[in-house]
Every structure is written in structure tokens, then in C-alpha cells.
Design a protein around this ligand. Structure first.
Ligand code: UDP
Length: 247
């Protein structure tokens, strides 16, 4: 995707913050989860878009947060991965209430709760119209769910990563701190890395850059936004490889 085009299969990245009230910060707000589930359900019902979702866990626990101070980092990251499973189950419940068929696949074996992550099976679920929720990140410490999103998107052959956030795209400065901040319509991976823009962590951006996997950063809770991005409308910011120019 060098520019906006309709998307057939997408990987939606939902950070932990997507599960909580922005005013409250932390925990799970069932109204917010229901809203996200409704949007996903409507999108799937309207045009059969294949949707994989990677869920974060930052609303509950992060391995590098102050709450983990003094802990062994790997143990703390295990706790963070478990937090993503809690969010995955909340989203699954909300999606099923919307009548959407789902499967949770986890990178850490938890057979009573969810399927193990198996790439071919995940793709088959998508083809059958099920939303696949990927939980427990990559199953290894020192990684993030942003990197998981890049990894899973590549594995399932997604057209793009849809990164839903609380702001409506990528800005040159923090728009919450500086009213003069300017939003990018399109930006390339290298500029994101060089300018240290907060899109996803550097490992995730590098993986997308190396494999030319576009990312659309958009405001998650604006009604109909996920659908607009999938239709190829100019919503949020498109992060992609720099176009090749003739020398
Ligand atoms: N995590 C991990 N390995 C992974 C993915 C996640 O160890 O492959 C842990 C890590 O501690 C991280 C936490 O899970 O802080 C929650 O994920 P993340 O911070 O990416 O959630 P988000 O910021 O998207 O809410």
C-alpha cells in the first residue's frame, strides 16, 4: 500500500488504554469495550473484512512500569502478558454479545481458556469470518504488543496494521501539550524513527519497515473510524515506506 486503498485483511492493534475510560485510566470499562466490539462487528458484517486483533495489557500491568519496580524483568513481563489475556477475554465476550464469531489464540499455553497460537489455524478462522484475538503477546519477555502486532500481521498476510489510539494520528509534537502541533497525513518509517515519533516502539517500526507493512494510526473511539480506514478513506496518519523516486 503506497497510498490509501481499501483493505481486505487487517490487524487491529488495541492498546490496553482502549479498554479503559480515558478519564479514569486503567482497568476495564465495559462500555468502552462494547463500543469497540460494536465497531468491529459492524465492519465485519458490512463488507466481510477479515480482522485479527492484537490486544495490549497496559491498562492492567506493564513489565517496565513503576508497579514492577524491583521485580525480575522476565517475571514482570509474564505478568504483563497475562494482562493481555484478561483484555482478550473481555473483548471476546463483548464481540460475541454483538453476534461476532471469535477465537482467542494465545502465545502462552492456556488450553482451558484459549487456543494456542497456530498461524495456519488463525488464517483459516479469518477466512471463515471469525475475528481472531491474539493474546499474550509473542509469549516472550522484553517485547511489546506493538511488536506482536507487526509480527502477527506479517504472519497472517494482513494488508496493514490499524493502530487505534486516543489521538487522531501522528503529530510532529504532542498535541495534548502543544496546540500548534501538526498532524501528518502520510509519513515514512524512517522519518518516524529519526524523529522519535511515538507511533509504535522501534522494534515494531523496524519490522514493518523491513517488510513494507503499512500502519494506519487513527482515533479509535470516533464512531465509524475503523470502517473508514478499511475503506481507504483518509483518516489519521498513514505510515509507509518512502516512495521510490527516479534519481
Ligand atoms: N509483553 C511481553 N512480551 C510480549 C508482549 C507483551 O513481555 O511479547 C508484556 C510486557 O510486560 C508489556 C505487557 O506485556 O509491558 C503489556 O503489553 P504492552 O505494554 O505492549 O501493552 P499496551 O501498551 O499495548 O497496552
Amino acid at each position: 500500500m503506497t497510498d490509501r486503498t481499501p483493505l481486505r485483511r487487517v490487524l487491529l492493534k488495541l492498546s490496553g488504554e482502549a479498554f479503559s475510560d480515558p478519564e479514569v485510566k486503567g482497568g476495564i470499562d465495559p462500555r468502552i469495550v462494547s463500543q469497540v466490539a460494536r465497531e468491529i462487528g459492524e465492519l465485519q458484517a458490512s463488507d466481510g473484512t477479515e480482522i485479527g486483533v492484537v490486544v495490549g495489557g497496559g491498562n492492567i500491568f506493564r513489565g517496565n512500569s513503576p508497579a514492577a519496580a524491583g521485580m525480575d524483568r522476565s517475571s514482570a513481563d509474564h505478568m504483563g502478558m497475562l494482562a493481555t489475556v484478561i483484555n482478550a477475554l473481555a473483548l471476546q465476550d463483548a464481540l460475541e454479545k454483538e453476534g461476532v464469531e471469535t477465537r482467542v489464540q494465545t502465545a502462552v499455553a492456556m488450553q482451558e481458556l484459549a487456543e494456542p497460537y497456530i498461524r495456519r489455524r488463525a488464517v483459516r478462522h479469518l477466512e471463515k469470518g471469525r475475528v481472531v484475538i491474539f493474546a499474550a503477546g509473542l509469549g516472550v519477555p522484553y517485547f511489546t504488543t506493538d511488536t506482536t502486532a507487526a509480527q502477527r500481521a506479517l504472519e497472517i498476510g494482513a494488508d496493514a496494521i490499524l493502530k487505534g489510539t486516543q489521538v487522531d494520528g501522528v503529530y510532529d509534537r504532542d498535541p495534548k501539550q502543544d496546540a500548534g502541533a501538526i498532524r501528518y497525513e502520510v509519513i515514512d518509517f524512517l522519518a518516524v524513527l529519526n524523529q522519535g515519533l511515538k507511533v509504535m516502539d522501534a522494534t515494531a517500526i523496524s519490522l514493518c519497515m523491513d517488510n513494507q507493512l503499512p500502519i494506519v494510526v487513527f482515533e479509535l473511539l470516533r464512531e465509524g473510524n475503523i470502517g473508514r480506514v478499511v475503506k481507504g478513506e483518509s483518516v489519521g496518519t498513514l505510515v509507509r515506506a518512502a516512495p521510490v523516486t527516479d534519481a
